[in-house]
Design a protein. Structure first.
Length: 255
């Protein structure tokens, strides 16, 4: 996984262009769960700042952390000036400051499992909220999805990321909710879904694939070949399902 986790910087501009952003519906969901507006937030693995913008524009004082220098440079082009940015991996963050909200947008699976939740709790105020959200971008038409899978097969069996704790896809509670439920540091674990459907050109869909780690770690020649094969089986425009699965949990109060 580490090579995949380190692969995004080379495609920072494409990541910003092709990855979907986040709507105010997500902010409202997190705020309703918290029961009050968050004043301060720490973002883990902020990427190019798509979620950073959402929370910062709603008046939250955001500290955005990102370990990749190229991704962080792209983020700084797009976020409000008052956002504090820090180049750091989650594992290197110091807990000398705490926040009302700590969140990760399509990034938590890249963090090390050892000590993940005790470290997360140390970054939160007692009663503070943790949020994780993300989900795959999938072709809505099963026939088109199967054609793309067949085109990809000689190079990649799958372009998805398996559940970090092995939770099967059909399980009622998905990761990281499963880990949060077992953690002594968190309570009131909830899982919600925000439905997103969009239409994009075949070229933009392949552009989005070009930002996915499974393709990024392929040799350049193979990557070019697989994208060419996929383009040939796509219609001119494609319908996309990009539902967000949102996990929320509350830091247990101090004993």
């Amino acid at each position: 996984m580490s090579a995949r986790a380190r692969s995004f910087g080379a495609m920072a501009v494409a990541y910003e262009r092709f990855r979907p952003g986040y709507s105010v519906e997500l902010f409202d969901l997190v705020t309703a769960y918290a029961g009050r507006p968050a004043r301060t937030a720490l973002e883990i693995g902020a990427g190019t700042g798509k979620a950073t913008r959402l929370f910062a524009r709603q008046g939250v004082t955001v500290t955005a952390t990102e370990p990749d220098g190229a991704m962080l440079a792209e983020l700084r082009k797009h976020v409000p000036a008052h956002v504090r940015t820090v180049r750091a991996a989650f594992e290197d963050l110091r807990s000398d400051a705490t926040y009302g909200l700590v969140y990760a947008a399509a990034a938590l699976h890249w963090t090390a499992p050892e000590g993940r939740w005790s470290r997360m709790a140390a970054l939160l105020e007692p009663g503070g909220v943790f949020a994780s959200f993300g989900g795959p971008v999938q072709l809505a038409d099963p026939a088109v999805e199967e054609a793309v899978r067949a085109a990809r097969a000689p190079f990649l069996e799958s372009d998805s990321i398996p559940s970090p704790d092995g939770t099967p896809p059909g399980h009622a509670m998905q990761w990281p909710g499963t880990e949060l439920q077992r953690s002594e540091w968190f309570t009131d674990v909830r899982q919600s879904k925000i439905e997103r459907r969009m239409t994009m050109s075949a070229l933009d869909y392949v552009g989005q694939l070009s930002t996915i780690s499974a393709y990024l770690v392929l040799p350049a020649r193979e990557r070019e070949q697989v994208f060419g094969r996929i383009m040939r089986v796509l219609p001119e425009t494609v319908e996309i399902d990009a539902d967000l699965t949102v996990h929320l949990a509350r830091r247990c109060p101090e004993p």
